[in-house]
Design a protein. Structure first.
Length: 172
């Protein structure tokens, strides 16, 4: 599984957002996964996955059903697909080139986002509408404005704090 040359949908909105590629440090992944508590029946989605490291590591560490990387930049899609192949989890990691606002989240049970607060704010309606109650959303560093995290892990400073939200609880 991997990304092709052509996007599955227009890549207009996500590419216009001021979200730089800043990889999640491997050291913080334990906090992310501790927050999400990934299980066998989970479908994990990383919105703006960059080089795919979080989705690849989720599939490598946990017997989840699937791990989906959504990334607008074609160079990063290629790197994510390569990283999944090299880790031997490309059978459970789907790398999608596209706008994460256009990627359907139906069926996702765990979502990870390392995006800016403004982007998290813009994604709120999509998350509330498309994720079922009980789905978990973890964000790194940046909160989802107006939502109440059910758990906050880590300390202060860059890439040290993970916020966990639960659909049907945090978004009410």
């Amino acid at each position: 599984m991997g990304g092709g040359d052509e996007p599955l949908w227009p890549i207009s909105f996500a590419e216009s957002l001021p979200v730089p590629f800043v990889p999640t440090r491997y050291e913080v992944l334990d906090l992310v996964f501790e927050a999400l508590q990934l299980r066998e029946d989970d479908v994990f989605v990383d919105l703006g996955c960059g080089d795919g490291r979080v989705a690849v590591e989720a599939a490598r560490r946990y017997p989840i059903r699937a791990s989906v990387c959504v990334e607008a930049r074609s160079d990063l899609v290629e790197r994510a697909a390569k990283n999944a192949r090299e880790a031997g989890v490309d059978d459970r990691v789907l790398v999608v080139r596209g706008d994460f606002f256009g990627q359907p989240l139906i069926g996702a049970t765990a979502v990870y986002m390392y995006l800016l607060t403004s982007v998290n704010e813009a994604l709120k309606p999509k998350l509330s509408k498309e994720l079922k109650p009980g789905a978990r959303v973890a964000t790194l560093d940046f909160m989802i404005p107006g939502w109440k995290p059910v758990k906050v892990l880590g300390g202060s400073g860059w890439q040290r704090r993970v916020y966990l939200y639960v659909i049907g609880v945090s978004d009410k």
